[in-house]
Design a binder for this molecule. Structure first.
Ligand code: C2E
Ligand code: MG
Ligand code: MG
Ligand code: MG
Length: 285
């Protein structure tokens, strides 16, 4: 195996590279053969209003238990699904499952679903999702779709067109992992965004790093200026929660509040303070 390096001369792949490629191959093969209905499930992580400790939304996160490979992380299998061209079908299955789960929640709890880079630029996938959402009977205004900054920037015209079509139905649009991609603020202004999610990488050292603090402050202000709700991801400690509240951020998500859990487990969720927060009612029957 060889490929061109940046000078145009051929370089031979190392053993590790080859192992990695074989691994990708095995993942793609298992994914093509996978029964999504059986092998894929969702876990749900709450988004919490730190002022009240009340849950206002759950983000659906995909999990794959492959009978061949065991558990594969979404960071890996989503990319593999994109490469094998089956991401659209996978996203549709996951959307279906997420909407089914949300049926049993109280009306004030929102559902947030992630789209991949490919999904955002696929008119066909977005058409299919709109159809699935319409058929589910869920109020589209209760739904948020998360798209990453990187996905949007890769093909802005196509992504923006699809995002507008979703927004026209009343679906909320969240810009995920904000701050990690090459975003242009002028582009942010041109999208019908309702939420901005600040990436976890800015939170890790928030208590000690002045730069992280000022970046977060800037994003919080930007969100306010364009009328978006700002959510911080990856909150793990009390210190981080205190620091973020000091910066004017109220909506949070992270292990400090709850890990992503199977739906049955989210029903028993308690805040770290042991205050019981609003949880979806258990589905009867
Ligand atoms: P994301 O959408 O930004 O999701 C947040 C990730 O951070 C999740 O990882 C979540 O489990 C993790 N996380 C949440 N709170 C904390 C925390 O306090 N500390 C730390 N260290 N991590 C935290 P996960 O579930 O492994 O997902 C990784 C990424 O894979 C997601 O990032 C998303 O981009 C993608 N993904 C997951 N599910 C789906 C899906 O159904 N569809 C698509 N297209 N992508 C998905
Ligand atoms: Mg997300
Ligand atoms: Mg994120
Ligand atoms: Mg992330």
């Amino acid at each position: 195996l060889a490929k061109q390096n940046f000078r145009g001369t051929a370089v031979v792949f190392s053993a590790e590279h080859e192992a990695e490629i074989n691994e990708q191959g095995r993942i793609q093969q298992a994914l093509r053969a996978a029964d999504f209905e059986k092998e894929m499930h969702l876990v749900f992580q709450p988004m919490v209003d730190a002022d009240t400790n009340g849950i206002f939304a759950y983000e659906a996160l995909a999990r794959w238990e492959s009978p061949v490979l065991g558990n594969v992380s979404p960071g890996v299998f989503i990319r593999a699904a994109e490469r094998t061209g089956i991401i659209g079908r996978l996203t549709e299955t996951l959307m279906q499952k997420a909407l089914e789960a949300a049926q049993s929640w109280p009306d004030h709890i929102r559902l947030s679903v992630n789209l991949s880079t490919r999904d955002v630029v696929s008119n066909r996938t977005v058409d299919a999702l709109l159809e699935i959402i319409a058929r589910s009977g869920i109020d589209p205004a209760r739904l948020d779709i998360e798209v990453t900054e990187t996905a949007v920037m890769r093909n802005f015209a196509l992504a923006a067109d699809n995002i507008r079509r979703l927004a026209e139905r009343g679906i909320g649009i969240a810009l995920d992992d904000f701050g990690t991609g090459h975003s242009s603020l002028s582009y942010v202004h041109r999208l019908p965004l309702t939420k901005i999610k600040i990436d976890r990488s800015f939170i890790v050292d928030i208590a000690t790093n002045e730069l992280s603090r000022s970046i977060v402050k800037t994003i919080v202000d930007l969100s306010r200026n364009i009328g978006c709700v700002c959510i911080v991801e990856g909150m793990e400690t009390h210190e981080q929660v205190a620091a973020l509240r000091g910066l004017g951020c109220r909506m949070m998500q992270g292990y400090y509040f709850a890990r992503p859990e199977r739906l049955e487990d989210t029903l028993a969720y308690r805040a770290p303070s042991d205050t019981i927060v609003n949880v979806p009612a258990r589905k009867t029957g």
